[in-house]
Design a protein around this ligand. Structure first.
Ligand code: ADP
Ligand code: MG
Length: 464
């Protein structure tokens, strides 16, 4: 019984491996000693086969299954042109090459040689689709740009560079592009992977003296998506290779999508020529979520859970409360809701405010807004349309000095930092300078209602 075996495997392979690789496996059949599983992508099957098939086999045997070997195949839904029983091939066969097809039936996928057919990207999360992506003000541009790329039409901007903080949906959007392209343009070779995996592959190719293969693989794709590119900053030879791959693809008018946790101009250790090439495309920023977006995401999730945990009632105001209180990142927000539903179904109670506060006490405490001076500076700079570097720097013109004092004031009012501490974060200013700035704003506020309105607004924006 697969469910039991899976439980055993959970203990063996560790939680992350389990959720990433074992849980998504769907048992399809056991016939003539061959246990078949369907997998979301062929790379996924390959990976599981290489890393876990021994353990899976062992546990199946231990559970009394009459099994000799295991096969992994992509599910027929995503690969309509193949039957589920056939071993995975990373890409729908093109008429020119079809070697994997012919070789496969006699062999387990583990021994199957890599062929030109393989586009070994990282596995895609099936849940990360456009359908499940909630669009709001903070991400509408990124979403629109991703949609455009996913149409698979002529390349209009290259690369698409998505950036933003942790948990704001970069990876989700990239996977959504890949899924959509699989449906609309199954003829395209789409490769998604993280910059870390890119480096790892490259280093491996160097070691095994297969750099030519590596190069030709990466140059043969139609759409290349590299996630978290900040990772290769400072890694010289990987950057070099990335740069060449990038140029080769752009020259062939192939679409590239890149994500990072910050703008190209802010990634340290990135070569200038790469930076400037990145800047040739469309750079889109995923902004921190706002209340509406968080609520939208929670509502979507809650609807899903409603269908899973039938009969669970969620009291009015709970989602609003969560959207208000958990403003860090979407992953935490989702985690909170998951736990809440699981807990409520376990104890068989309505999801009330009380239950919510009990069940999520730790998350709520941790996300009690710990505002940083840096966030305040960013916000103030944005609000007054001055550069962050100027805000912190030495310029004394009033258009900059006033916003600077406002940022000082807010830092004092909204964080628990000491004056010398704040001073350090304002380009190493003395604590008396900070004190002066704070006083100045307090004085002005008393008479300048425009300023005090502004401050109210900034405070609200900062505190979510
Ligand atoms: P990033 O790559 O930017 O760190 P992810 O794409 O991994 O973030 O997103 C983290 C989690 O939040 C994922 O589970 C993702 O599905 C979810 N998420 C983020 N933004 C949205 C959104 N706009 N709608 C629905 N889910 C979202
Ligand atoms: Mg990510």
């Amino acid at each position: 019984n697969w469910v039991q075996v899976r439980e055993e495997l959970r203990k063996r392979v560790g939680k992350n491996n389990y959720t990433n690789w074992i849980e998504p496996l769907e048992f399809s059949a056991l016939k003539n000693g061959v246990a078949r599983f369907s997998v979301p992508t062929s790379f996924f099957g390959d990976w599981v086969s290489r890393n876990f098939s021994d353990q899976i086999l062992q546990h199946l045997l231990r559970a009394g299954a009459e099994v000799e070997r295991i096969e992994f195949a992509t599910a027929p839904v995503t690969r309509p042109q193949k039957s589920a029983a056939q071993p995975a091939s990373a890409h729908p066969a093109s008429p020119a090459t079809g070697t994997a097809e012919q070789d496969a039936p006699e062999r387990g996928p583990a021994e199957r040689p890599a062929t030109e057919e393989e586009v070994p990207g990282a596995p895609l999360d099936r849940r990360f689709t456009f359908d499940s992506f909630v669009v709001g003000k903070p991400n509408e541009l990124a979403h629109a740009a991703a949609r455009r790329v996913a149409e698979g039409g002529p390349v209009t901007f290259n690369p698409l560079f998505l950036y933003g903080g942790v948990g704001l949906g970069k990876t989700h959007l990239m996977h959504a592009i890949a899924h959509e392209l699989q449906l609309r343009r199954p003829d395209l070779r789409v490769l998604y992977l993280s910059a870390e995996q890119f480096m790892y592959r490259f280093v491996q190719a160097l070691r095994e003296k297969q750099v030519m293969d590596f190069k030709s693989l990466f140059r043969s794709v139609d759409v290349l998506m590299v996630d978290d590119v900040q990772f290769i900053a400072g890694k010289e030879s990987t950057q070099e290779e990335f740069f060449h791959t990038f140029n080769a693809l752009v020259d062939q008018n192939k679409q590239i999508v890149i994500s990072a946790d910050r703008a190209p101009s802010e990634i340290k250790g990135l070569e200038e020529r790469i930076r400037s090439r990145l800047q040739c495309g469309l750079i889109v920023d995923l902004h921190p979520t706002d209340y509406e977006l968080r609520l939208g995401i929670l509502q979507q999730k809650a609807e899903f859970y409603h269908s899973q945990y039938k009969g669970l009632v969620i009291a009015p105001g709970v989602l609003e409360f969560l959207a208000h209180r958990i403003s860090t990142n979407v992953r935490v927000l989702e985690g909170a809701l998951t736990r809440l539903f699981a807990f409520a179904s376990l104890v068989g109670r309505e999801i009330s405010m009380d239950l919510t506060q009990d069940c999520l006490a730790d998350i709520l405490r941790a996300s009690d807004r710990k505002l940083t001076v840096e966030e305040i500076q960013r916000k103030v700079a944005e609000h007054y349309n001055v550069r962050l570097s100027d805000l912190i720097g030495p310029k004394r013109v009033r258009t900059i000095a006033r916003p600077r004092q406002i940022a000082m004031y807010l830092s004092k009012a909204l964080t628990s930092r000491s004056l010398p501490d704040i001073g350090r974060r304002f380009g190493g200013r003395d604590h008396t300078t900070i004190m002066h700035g704070v006083k100045k704003i307090e004085e002005l506020m008393a008479t300048d209602s425009q300023l005090s309105d502004d401050l109210q607004m900034l405070k609200r924006a900062l505190q979510g």
